[in-house]
Every structure is written in C-alpha cells, then in structure tokens.
Design a protein. Structure first.
Lengths: 402, 292
C-alpha cells in the first residue's frame, strides 16, 4: 500500500462528527421547524452477495457527498439529506420491491441506484411511472437511460456500453494500432449489448472485425474460441465479461502462448483479477471512469481525505475500491443535489427539470458543463474514461480516452 | 495445430465429464437411483481443497485427502437423507430430493465460502507445454486429467471383478433378492456406491479447480453435461460412460474450433439426442430387459 499523507483517522473522524453535529444544531435552531425535516435520498444497490463490495463503494461515495452538502447547510432552506439504503441482492425483483418501498413508504425525493443492468432495467418503468428521479451510478446498459419513456426520469453518471465500445476501439487504435480486432464476449445480455455497440463502433470507422466469439460464464477452456480468432488474424482482443470469465480468457491465452493486446470493459476491476488470471492479468487494459491513483484534482484530494476520515479501513487510494463506484456515486449525489436545489422543491417533475438547469459543476470525475439536456441523460461520454491495468495488484491508470 | 489443441483440450474436458458420469453409473448400477446434483459434489471437492490448502494453509496432499474423504462422507449423507427414505416407500421423489440437497449445498457454500470466485494454484497449471518453443495450448494438468480418468475407470473395473465388495456390488446389480438371500448387506453396498460416486466427482473437482476458478456454482453446468454423457454412454457400462465423456468433450471442442462458439451447445446436445434416438440404450449400453 502506498504511504499516505492523510491525517490520523480517529481525530479527524471526531472532528467531522462534531462539525456535522454543530451544523445540524445550527440548522435546527435557525431554520423554521418544517425545514428541519430531513430530505431523504433513496439508494438501491447490492449490499450482499458477489457485488456487495461495489454496493458499499456506491454507498460511501454518496454518503461522503451528502456529508459535504449537509456541512454546507443542506438543501431547500436547511433540510439535511439522509441516505436510506436498501439491498437489491443483484436481483431485479428485489430491486423493484426496494424501489417501491423507498417511493411509497420512505417518501424519498430521489433514488440513486442500479449496479446490475438487469436490476436497473427492472426499476426504470416504475420510476418513470411514479415520476421519481433516478440516478444510475454504475450499471452501463445503454437502454437504461435510452428507455423510450417521455418524460424520462432516469439519469446516469457512469459508463455507457455504447460509449465504452466507441472508447475501446479508439483506445485500441491509438495504443496498439489495431486494424483487425476480434471480440471475445460473455454469452449473456451484457455481452449482447456490447456486441452491438462494438459492431456499430467498428462500422462507423470502417473497420472489419476478425471475428466475434462467445463463451459461457462457466467455460473452463476458451482456447477453441481464441484459436479461431487467432486463425482469423485478430491483432487485438475486445473482452467483455465479469472477473471470473475474463480470467479464463487470460489463462487460455497464456496456454496458447498468444501475446495479443487485450482491451476490456470494466469486468476485471470487479474482483481478485490478478489472483484468478495469473501473472498475465496485468496485460489487460480495461476501462474505468476514475482512479484515485496519480495526481489528483483538489476535489480528488478532498474526497480521499474525507474517505480516510470516515472509514477506518481506508488507509490510502488503494482502499477506495472499486474506485468507479465511489467516484460515480459521489458525482451522482452532487449533481442530484444541484438538480433538487434548482427545482426548489422535492416535486419529481421539478427535479427532472432541475437536472437540465445544472450549469458548471466542478466534480470528481471531471468539471461538468450542462451535463444533462432533454434527450441526453448521460453525464459521461467516451472522452471521460480512463484506461487502467493491474500493476502490483492495484488498478493503475495507464491512459486516457481520445 | 488448430485441431491438435482442440483435441487435447477436448480430451481433458471430456474425461472430467466421464469422471462425474462414472458416479452416475456406479449408483445407478447397484440401486437404480442417482444423485442428480453430482455437479455440487464436484464443487464440494474443489471448495474444500481450496479452504484447506489456501485458507488454512495445510499441505496440499493433506488438503486433497481430507477434502476427498469429506466428499465420500457427503455421498453417504446424500444416500441416507435424499435417497433411502424415498426408495423405501417406493417413491421416485429421490429425483427431486437429490436436486434439492445439491441446491442446499450450493447455498451453504455461498454462505460460508462467499460468492467471489477464487483461484487454486497448481504447479501443473502454470506454464503450458511447449514443443519447439511453440505453446501447445495445454497445461500439463490437462494431460494428467484423462490419464487419471482412464486409470480410475480401469480401477473400478478391476475392483468390481476382483474384490469381495466388487462382486457383492455386481451381485446386487444382477439380482437383488438373491443377493440379499446370500447375506449381502444391500443397504451398505448402496451407501458405499454413493460414497464412491461423490468421491469421483470430488476428484474431478480437485483436478479441474486449477484450470478454472473455484466458486459455489462451478459444478452446475458440469453436472448437467455429465448426466447427458452418462445417458449417452448407456448408464450401465463404466467404460461406455468414460468413452462417451471423451466423445462429448472432443465433439464440443471440435465444433467450437471449426464452426464457432455459437454452435457448440446447440450441436453437441443435438448430437446427444440424435445418438439416443438411434440407440435408445446409449452408445455402449445394453438393452434393459424387464423380467416379469
């Protein structure tokens, strides 16, 4: 772990508590009684199971942003924000139940949620019907924001498959001079979504793929598929799969002794990739929206400090993981707060309009400038991605998009 | 080159299917029942080996032995809990009960071991075999697997012919009533068959773990394919089951290499159906005769 120049945690933690307590007390005594009522923000994500770590990262990112907003006096005339979390267990049905409960019982003003694309896709019709603003800080499925609803209450501060696919091609061409990429994709809706996105991206640049191969989550041996791509003359591989299957691809390449550049979606970032994939895991270049390593902006430094002060197990940037969860949720929460402030109320339609009114905002991932507009509900695009590799078992940025 | 590596990887995978399918054969032969959740037994072998060798840091050989012993024990539990009570009542509900017990095991492992896939390193799966500086696309372990598979099939064959327990098993297969009259403890023979069957699946799990990653649902697809293999081979012949496993594995790898991965599942399972339509008792099985 890198040595950090962060303040000792317990002191800072206490200081933060005292500060927020003071802020609360001040707000409570000065603001009128009604304004003191907390403003609830719902969070639907996986808090247990395989994606629990990612869900915790989203929670932390949102909470740190809420602490900052509350320290500045909250929203709508002194109402303090309160994060109400519900576990979706990566299960679409449970996600919908959780969202329902947040809307009807907890009466939240806005929901942050969507770690798994299928869960987010299940919640989308509900929030659009109930006019509940929904901000997705993770799930990348293109159709989540492009859901065809009018009015559309779904916004996203995360990677989007179709943009990632354009980014993957751009990065491969820039870094590896790829002329004939091959695709090795997981055989599920996520792989399907990216097959379409990659084909579109390739067609737009007039590049013909060497081939498209699919494999199953539990495939032991991907050598046959890779052998086909190799025989077809692939000079780069586009990989889309979760961490386990991605590792199987790397191990199969290793067996074949085929050293080919791999440009991947963010699957490898979701677990113990270097343990599973072996020494060649470090050769995989994958997309991220943010990295806490390297030189940080003032916002980045502030977030690292706040994370270390609030969470005892955060000793340095390596412990803020997965970084994309923290960063996306942090920016999501701040942008949502700006939308609520612009709306001047907790009315769903007013908040939706509020998102369009956001002007310039100095965020963690980037400085946003009018991030949302009618028909444009994704705050991040192909140019906002960073490319990373596992170096010494840490996710280290190695390149930027175009 | 293309076909060589497909063949070798197919033989490796095929012998895994064969090993698990041998377990189906064993229990079916003596009792007419099977543990449908053989995939879970395979997973148990891999997960326990990982827990003992990696988490607790015990010597690898000890970890494997203990894991396999526990697998055999689990087989006894399967027989006692999910098969015997139903068979005694003449019910076919053991079919569902073994599936249910497998799901319970999967979820207990999820709960205790966690959902995150882990890696079990092995010195036989680190550097690929090279021939004149060119990688052949296989780890040494992939060649060890078929050897172990065939040895076990041979061992099983010999044991059943040469030992008291083996002949007792054969006797139970041939005529249950007569076997009982001869004083053969039928219940115990069946229990031992179950223990051996999960033991075989456990061995498959330990062998496959370094090539794969260890997680709670790693056995599901394997169990399914192994059952198809057992039926294909004609569930009544040990050699037939092993041969069908190899055929299935090679077919899978060849289809993927020549036609593409989109066709693998469709064609390999279609082939199974076609084979069974042409030869209903399996490729190597004998026609079952019902004596009235």
């Amino acid at each position: 772990m890198p040595s950090s120049s962060l303040p000792a945690k317990p002191v800072a933690g206490r200081r933060a508590v005292v500060a927020s307590a003071l802020a609360l007390a001040v707000a409570a005594s000065w603001a009128p009684a009604r304004a003191a009522e907390p403003l609830k923000i719902g969070l639907v994500t996986a808090l247990s199971g395989q994606s629990a770590l990612a869900g915790e990262a989203i929670s932390r990112g949102a909470q740190v942003a809420i602490d900052e907003i509350n320290a500045k006096g909250g929203l709508l005339g002194g109402r303090m924000l309160e994060l109400v979390r519900r576990d979706d267990e990566s299960n679409p049905a449970k996600g919908v139940v959780a969202a329902r409960e947040l809307i009807f019982k907890e009466k939240v003003a806005l929901i942050i949620g969507g770690l798994d694309t299928p869960v987010a896709m299940a919640i989308v019709p509900l929030v659009n019907q109930e006019k509940m603003p929904f901000v997705d800080p993770w799930a990348a499925g293109t159709a989540i924001t492009k859901n065809g609803a009018n009015p559309n209450y779904v916004f996203r501060v995360s990677a989007v498959d179709e943009s990632v696919d354009i980014g993957m091609l751009g990065y491969a061409q820039k870094t590896f001079k790829s002329a004939k990429p091959g695709m090795i994709l997981i055989n599920n809706p996520w792989g399907e979504s990216n097959e379409k996105g990659l084909k579109d991206a390739l067609a737009a640049k007039g590049v013909a793929p060497a081939g498209v191969e699919k494999f199953e989550t539990n495939d032991v041996d991907v050598v046959p598929q890779l052998t086909r791509l190799k025989a077809a003359g692939a000079d780069t591989l586009f990989l889309v799969a979760n961490v386990g299957p991605s590792a199987q691809v790397v191990k199969s390449l290793d067996r074949m002794g085929w050293k080919v550049p791999i440009v991947s979606h963010w699957g490898p970032a979701g677990g113990r990739f270097t343990e599973l994939a072996g020494p060649n895991g470090k050769e995989v270049h994958f997309v991220q929206t943010y990295s806490f390593f390297g030189k940080q902006s003032p916002v980045g430094e502030r977030v690292i400090k706040a994370m270390a002060a609030k969470y005892p197990n955060v000793k340095g940037p390596g412990d803020i993981t997965p970084a994309v969860g923290v960063a996306n949720a942090y920016d999501s929460m701040h942008l949502a707060a700006l939308a609520i402030a612009a709306a001047g109320s907790t009315d769903g339609e007013a908040i939706r309009q509020g998102f369009y009114k956001i002007g310039r905002h100095e965020g963690l991932i980037k400085t946003y400038n009018k991030p949302f507009a009618e028909g444009r509900h994704d705050a991040l695009g192909p140019d906002d991605y960073v490319w990373a590799q596992f170096i010494d078992n840490r996710i280290v940025p190695v390149g930027v998009g175009n | 080159m293309l076909l060589t590596s497909a063949l070798i990887s197919g033989i490796g995978l095929g012998s895994m299917y064969g090993l698990i399918a041998l377990g189906f054969y064993l229990t079916y032969a003596v009792s007419g029942t099977v543990n449908f959740a053989q995939g879970s037994s395979m997973m148990l072998g891999a997960v326990l080996t990982f827990a003992f060798a990696q988490t607790l840091g015990w010597p690898f050989a000890l970890a494997v032995c203990l894991a396999l012993a526990l697998c055999a024990l689990y087989g006894l539990v399967v027989e006692f809990v999910a098969v015997r009570p139903f068979v005694r009542r003449g019910s076919d509900a053991w079919l569902m009960a073994t599936v249910a017990l497998g799901i319970v095991l999967d979820n207990v492992v999820l709960f205790t071991y966690g959902k995150e896939p882990r890696s079990l390193p092995s010195s036989l799966a680190q550097a690929p075999i090279e021939l004149g500086g060119v990688g052949l696309g296989v780890y040494p372990l992939q060649l060890v697997i078929p050897v172990v598979g065939l040895l076990l099939a041979a061992l099983l064959h010999t044991l059943s012919r040469r030992t008291r327990w083996g002949t007792a098993m054969l006797a139970v297969v041939q005529n249950r009533v007569a076997a009982r009259l001869m004083g053969i403890p039928i219940r115990r023979v069946i229990a031992v068959a179950y223990a051996l069957s999960t033991l075989l699946a456990g061995i498959a799990g330990v062998l496959i773990a370094p090539l794969f990653n260890v997680n709670a649902d790693m056995g599901t697809l394997f169990g399914l394919k192994a059952f198809a293999v057992a039926i294909l081979g004609g569930i009544t012949s040990a050699w037939g089951v092993m041969a069908a496993g190899l055929l299935f594995g090679i077919a899978e790898a060849l289809i993927t290499t020549t036609l593409g991965s989109g066709f693998t599942q469709i064609l390999s399972f279609t082939l199974v159906i076609v084979a069974l339509a042409l030869k209903p008792s399996g490729l190597f099985g004998q026609v079952a005769t019902k004596k009235v």
